[in-house]
Design a protein around this ligand. Structure first.
Ligand code: ZN
Length: 205
């Protein structure tokens, strides 16, 4: 059971009790710069949820968008979740008799805020790039076509385009393409074979 909140603590924002002294943070990543805004308590349950949801949705949306922010934002989100746990042990806020301010509306839950899902954009981007990279093997080039522009410049292209040959197979060593091959190619990146030494055999077509 959570400890009963001390009765002398009241919400900084509306004066209601019970309240707990927790802090929420909102982090913004701005490529090379970053900003963290701190919202100190104490909070009653409803004002606290209001700040938690707004600050955490913002952090999930753009808290990661920076060099160091990528490493900072998870801690901000976890810190906010830990603070939120203390709030949810509170009963509904009771404003003071002479209250001028009502407790805030807790607002939409985090999962119903579209902003909170912006974090999925970079995750999906990394996933798609990794998937495309994993699919781009020497073997995946078989059946594609080749244009010879010069002795040193060759391009792999779709066979729908004008072409000089078709990739018929992949071999592990120099000189082991079938005798019918008209050329043996390797894909390179910065002068290195990027397919682990494999060669592409080009046939007529
Ligand atoms: Zn309050």
């Amino acid at each position: 059971m959570p400890h009963a909140p001390p009765l002398d603590v009241s919400c900084r924002y509306c004066g209601s009790r019970p309240a707990v002294d927790v802090t929420f943070k909102r982090h913004t990543g701005m490529v090379v710069m970053r900003e963290t805004v701190t919202y100190p308590g104490p909070f009653c349950r409803d004002c606290g949820l209001n700040v938690f949801r707004a600050a955490t949705a913002h952090t999930l949306a753009i808290g990661w968008a920076g060099l160091l922010s990528l490493f900072i934002f998870p801690f901000v989100v976890i810190g906010n979740l830990l603070s939120r746990r203390k709030l949810t042990g509170l009963t509904a806020p009771t404003p003071p008799i002479d209250a001028a301010v009502r407790p805030a509306q807790p607002g939409k839950p985090l999962l119903l805020r579209p902003m909170a899902y912006l974090l999925l954009v970079p995750i999906l981007g990394i996933g798609i790039a990794a998937w495309a990279d994993a699919k781009d093997t020497a073997e995946s080039q078989v059946g594609r076509c080749v244009v010879f522009y010069s002795d040193t410049y060759t391009m792999i292209t779709s066979c729908d385009e004008a072409h000089d040959g078709v990739i018929v197979s992949v071999v592990d060593r120099d000189g082991s393409c079938p005798a019918s091959a008209i050329a043996e190619l390797e894909r390179t990146e910065r002068g290195e074979n990027s397919d682990g030494g494999k060669k592409l055999c080009v046939g007529e077509g």
